[in-house]
Design a protein around this ligand. Structure first.
Ligand SMILES: *[C@@H]1O[C@H](CO)[C@@H](O)[C@H](O)[C@H]1NC(C)=O
Length: 473
């Protein structure tokens, strides 16, 4: 088991659909990923790929330039990291189908998530996206074509008609599109094997899968991010996939982005358990079935949702998970390796509170995000909601009319001013730290979600105090 798990491919998933790191930060992180035991990267560019020509609208303002993509890829190559690009070609195409230029290719008119699989133009779109991504990549062995969570499939007008024909089912509709995309990859790039997320395939009968011809074309990536993942169930699923004709499978675990849509900090223990379960699945599966594992690091649940844990915040979790996979289990020794590689004196596995400073790229962001997430809201709420001088003598009624009892100036104002200046300083440090790693749009988004609600509440009270005192004088 140790030998086998130690030998498996370990791809780190970089999800760029939110908080995409600057290329310079990636250049700093890649050698660390290599040292921690990554063998490759699963790159989900989403709207950060420099799509051009008719695909120009897909490209976000903060997208990487072709030169930046080439630089990251050549740094990955220099580190010996194999790159697997990922392009969504069926579900989760929000970043494409939200644009007016492509809205007519939606499966259901009002929902931008899924592609209409009946249109020739849909296949041409997907082919153009794959071709542009492939044009910047060299020596690709696998290409991930997504195909997870194809919600509302079968609910479009053309699908409804198609489903009325005898023997047609939503499952066959799904498989026929996967087959079309996979065949397109195979014919343009014969050396490349397509990978698909397996959730749409899981519940299908062996017969349906086998007859579709899909198992000969793609490798399924079986994903499960739970700490209590059902090992026996996974082994049975792998056996079923094999009987249908899939020769190899991939696993997908998670080191972040899987425990809460608005999560800001990480409980490493959760992700460690998830990886230990996957190691057990590997040890109980046939030796030659497993192609590798992708450690997913979701940055949003989908294109429209809020940001979850930032990459620098998740590096300790990623480190523990990679080292656990590499060593076939978790031990004191693994913990020491991680602490040494990250320059952390003490790694906390079973709490969200990270107390030790690290020396890894972006470790200052982890420290500051920890402070903000633990104490900003609670300290402001404590001051404003549980202080009897405020609740008794500086209510919204008083604030609106600028009425103030001198007691407030003695017993509350100094605390409010000092708390505000403390948090302003922390936020300024965080802003500066984030500027090294992220584009302005990410910093704005994270601050608006996680900092401003409490900070502005505090600022408002300090402003109201000033005005009331001025009015009184
Ligand atoms: C996430 O949202 C919930 C409400 O749904 C809120 O109670 C919680 O504080 C939020 N967490 C973070 C980290 O913002």
């Amino acid at each position: 088991n140790r030998g086998r798990s130690g030998g498996m491919r370990r791809l780190v998933h970089l999800d760029m659909k939110g908080a995409a790191p600057r290329a310079a930060y990636l250049a700093e992180v890649l050698p660390l990923l290599r040292a921690l035991g990554a063998t490759g990267l699963l790159l989900e560019y989403e709207d950060t790929f420099p799509y051009a020509g008719p695909l120009g609208p897909l490209r976000a303002p903060h997208a990487y330039s072709p030169g930046e993509v080439r630089a990251v890829l050549s740094q990955a190559r220099a580190q010996g990291l194999e790159v697997v690009p990922l392009v969504q070609t069926f579900g989760h195409m929000e970043f494409v189908l939200k644009h007016k230029e492509f809205a007519h290719l939606r499966e259901v008119k009002v929902f931008p998530n899924a592609l209409n699989p009946h249109k020739e133009e849909s296949r041409a779109l997907v082919k153009a996206m794959i071709d542009q991504v492939m044009a910047l990549h060299e020596d690709v062995k696998w290409f991930h074509i997504g195909c997870d969570e194809v919600y509302y499939l079968g609910e479009g007008e053309e699908s409804k008609q198609w489903l009325q024909q005898e023997d047609n089912t939503p499952e066959k509709l799904c498989l026929s599109h996967i087959k079309a995309v996979a065949s397109c990859v195979a014919s343009s790039y014969p050396a490349v094997t397509p990978i698909v997320w397996d959730d749409m395939l899981r519940g299908m009968s062996e017969e349906t899968l086998a007859e579709s011809g899909v198992p000969q074309l793609v490798q399924p990536m079986i994903w499960d991010y739970a700490a209590d993942l059902d090992v026996e169930g996974k082994v049975h699923l792998i056996e079923k996939y094999r009987r249908c004709g899939f020769s190899k499978v991939w696993f997908a675990s998670a080191f972040k982005g899987a425990t809460g849509v608005n999560q800001s900090l990480i409980l490493i223990g959760h992700h460690l358990k998830n990886h230990l379960q996957w190691l057990e699945v590997a040890s109980k599966s046939p030796a030659d079935v497993l192609e590798g594992i992708a450690l997913t690091g979701w940055q949003r649940y989908d294109h429209f949702s809020v940001l979850c844990e930032l990459l620098p915040v998740a590096i300790p979790s990623l480190a523990v998970c990679l080292q656990t996979l590499k060593n076939g289990g978790y031990s004191e020794k693994v913990k020491e390796n991680v602490e040494e590689l990250l320059g952390m004196s003490n790694l906390e596995i079973d709490t969200f509170m990270s107390t030790s400073l690290g020396t890894f790229p972006g470790s200052n962001i982890l420290t500051l995000v920890t402070q903000v997430s633990f104490y900003l809201k609670s300290s402001v709420d404590e001051l404003l909601e549980r202080n009897r001088y405020v609740t008794g003598w500086f209510s919204p009624y008083h604030r609106k009319r600028k009425m103030i009892h001198p007691i407030i100036m003695h017993h509350f104002q100094p605390d409010a001013v000092s708390l505000l200046s403390k948090w302003n300083a922390v936020v300024q440090d965080l802003q500066a730290a984030m500027e090294q790693v992220f584009h302005t749009c990410t910093i704005e988004e994270w601050m608006e979600e996680n900092v401003y609600p409490s900070l502005q509440k505090l600022q408002q009270v300090v402003d109201d105090l000033d005005e009331a005192i001025k009015a009184q004088n």
